[in-house]
Design a protein around this ligand. Structure first.
Ligand code: ATP
Ligand code: MG
Length: 415
């Protein structure tokens, strides 16, 4: 017996409708927000993530699925969605098309992590990427898109926002943060000790308990913002307030990726008493340039679909049902099989979900089977029905029966 790889999941036919439900919500929302889908490959040259995501990050440092292909090229399975979109944006010269370019993706994401609740090695993300504008209003729009989806799925969340400034503000802040952390380093985890030199800011994202305690008294980056970054952050807060979007300013969220500038945000939900980050995003004005494009402001988010589903199921925010026949044609005997098969074809051509027997079951067990599937109408066809050219439709909900000419069955059902 060959088992599924650790940290991956099957979506079974009985539950895929839940995914469709969420995906349909996403398609409807992106239509209203005038955002178009971009699809990029599942794997890219490793170099893209080294430069785009940054080798100081957990994702690149520890979590990537990287291998040499048969041509000795280093290839990596997407560990996040943004870098691939940025590459496609540059490669297809989308900067020469009318700006802003508003894109979204639905994509598998691969990270070699320790599997646990809400943490998989292959998960899926819905993400948006808005390129070309540095206006705080578009940051607000991105946040409101995420917020609306969570609302539509009945998922209560807390929105935390912060600004981590531009490289100018970051330089000043980095010095202050280092000065503060220096005396605490001996108590901090091994990773944070490494981050201290390479990527100090990332220490604020550490999940180790003692590190988290120490971080609580660290200097706040919003106190180090330059005029431009401060105004941008204030404007964003103003627009969110004007539009009744509730948020907290949390000066310690920095996000796990290197490419963020100015706005960063997270939506936190609760699952079984634990806090779960369902969506993270922000602005990344330096990303496009860092992988070889011309400077291009951008803002977006990534949302974990498995976590979204888990949370929406908890609150009853998912509805729908697996595909099942609306009408079931139960043949009785060999001749009736031909008739039933043809009827089913005609019903389908008229747009009706119809099915028949392929297991050579008795009529009695066909009834049981149809009942289990929640079929609404059942039609039994035997030699008698064929001779008379009539069939009896049984409505399983009302228990009423109606006899009609076989010819008019389609019209009766399809209306
Ligand atoms: P975390 O702090 O939980 O590790 P992250 O900062 O690594 O999250 P992002 O890179 O921002 O997460 O990814 C965006 C979203 O994708 C997360 O908010 C989460 O909902 C989801 N996500 C990230 N990693 C996983 C995973 N291993 N399994 C399932 N969902 C994930
Ligand atoms: Mg992570």
């Amino acid at each position: 017996m060959i088992n599924i790889p650790k940290g991956t999941k099957d979506v079974l036919p009985s539950e895929s409708y839940k995914w469709h439900f969420i995906e349909n919500k996403i398609r409807e929302l992106t239509r209203k927000f005038c955002v178009n889908e971009i699809r990029t490959p599942t794997f890219e040259h490793t170099e893209l993530f080294l430069r785009g995501v940054g080798d100081g990050t957990d994702i690149v440092g520890k979590e990537m699925y990287t291998f040499l292909d048969k041509g000795e090229r280093s290839i990596t399975l997407k560990p996040e969605g943004t870098a691939g979109v940025a590459r496609a944006f540059i490669e297809n010269a989308l900067d020469n098309t009318p700006l802003p370019v508003k894109m979204y993706y639905l994509s598998p994401v691969f990270r070699y992590e320790r599997p646990q609740a809400g943490r998989l090695r292959e998960h899926h993300q819905f993400g948006v990427e808005f390129y070309g504008s540095d206006d705080a209003f578009i940051d607000a729009e991105v946040i409101m898109l995420a917020s609306e989806l969570l609302y539509e799925l009945d998922i209560p969340v807390t929105l935390n926002i912060n600004s981590i400034g531009c490289s100018e503000c970051r330089k000043k802040y980095n010095d202050a943060l280092k000065a503060y952390l220096k005396s605490n380093l001996s108590e901090m985890c091994k990773d944070c000790n490494e981050r201290f030199e390479k990527n100090t800011l990332r220490i604020l994202d550490c999940k180790n308990e003692r590190c988290k305690e120490i971080n609580q008294s660290a200097p706040k980056i919003i106190e180090y913002l330059c005029d431009d970054c401060r105004k941008h952050f204030e404007q964003l807060q103003g627009v969110l307030n004007d539009n009744n979007v509730k948020f907290n300013v949390n000066p310690y969220i920095v996000r796990g990726l290197d490419y963020y500038t100015k706005t960063v945000f997270e939506f936190i939900a609760e699952a079984g008493g634990d806090k779960l980050t369902v969506c993270g995003g922000g602005r990344y004005d330096n990303l496009v340039e860092s992988i070889g494009g011309r400077p291009m402001p951008a803002v977006g988010f990534g949302m974990g679909l498995e976590r979204l589903l888990l949370l929406a199921e908890q609150t009853g925010g998912v509805s729908g049902a697996p595909n099942a026949p609306y009408i079931y044609i139960a043949p009785m005997g060999e001749d009736a099989k031909y008739e039933a098969f043809e009827l089913v074809r005609k019903l389908r051509a008229a747009g009706v979900a119809a099915d028949t027997d392929y297991m050579n079951r008795s009529v009695k067990s066909q009834m049981k089977y149809a009942d289990k599937l929640g079929v609404r109408l059942i039609v039994v066809i035997g030699d008698d029905e064929i001779k008379k050219g009539e069939v009896t439709i049984k409505d399983m909900r009302t228990k009423e029966t109606k006899t009609v000419a076989t010819e008019s069955l389609i019209n009766c059902i399809a209306r």
